[in-house]
Design a protein around this ligand. Sequence first.
Ligand code: HEC
Length: 157
Amino acid sequence: MRRPLALAAALAVWAANPAVGYQPQVNFQLNCMGCHLADGSGEPGRVPSLRRSLLLLSSLPAGRDYIIRVPGVAQSSLSNQETAALLNWMARNLSDLEPPPGFVDYSAAEVERSRARPLARIAETRARLLKEGAPSPGPGSRASGRDRAGKKVRLRH
Ligand code: HEC
C-alpha cells in the first residue's frame, strides 16, 4: 500500500502546482523512452543509440544545434527549460562516457534559439556530423571522449 500512496501524494503535489513540472527522468519516460528505450540504447536501424552520440555531439556547436533540432526534441511538448534539464540529465545518466571536464550544460536560451528552426535532411546532417568528428581524434580533439573506464572513445557511427 505504501507505493501507491506515495505516488498519489506526488501526483497531488504536481496537480496543485503545475509549475513544479516533472523531473527530467519522468519527462524522459513520458516523452522519449518509447523510441529510445529506458537506457537510451535505441533500436538498431530505426532509433540511434544516444549512449555515445549525445555527449560526443554535445562538444561540437553544430552537434548541439542538431541535437536540439531533431524532431523528438524540438517538437516535444516540454518547455525550453524542461528540455535543457532533460538533455543535461541524459548526458549524465544515459551515457557510456563521462562528461568531459569542459562539458557545458544546455540552457533554456540555447534550446529556444535552436529548436525554432526546423531541421532539414536529418539523416544527412547526422552522418556529416559523425564523419566530421571521426578523422581527427588526437589528444584534445573535441569529438572524442573517455568512457567510464577511462578508455578513449571516438565519435563514429
Ligand atoms: C518517435 C520516436 C522518437 C521519440 C518519441 C523521440 N526520439 Fe529522439 N530520435 C529518434 C530518431 C529516429 C532519431 C534520429 C534522428 C531522426 O531521424 O530524427 C532521434 C535522435 C535523437 C537525438 C540525436 C542523437 C543522435 O545520435 O542522432 C537526441 C539527443 C534525441 N533523439 C533525444 C530525444 C529526446 C530527449 C526525446 C524526448 C523528449 C526524443 N528524442 C524522442 C526517435 C525518437
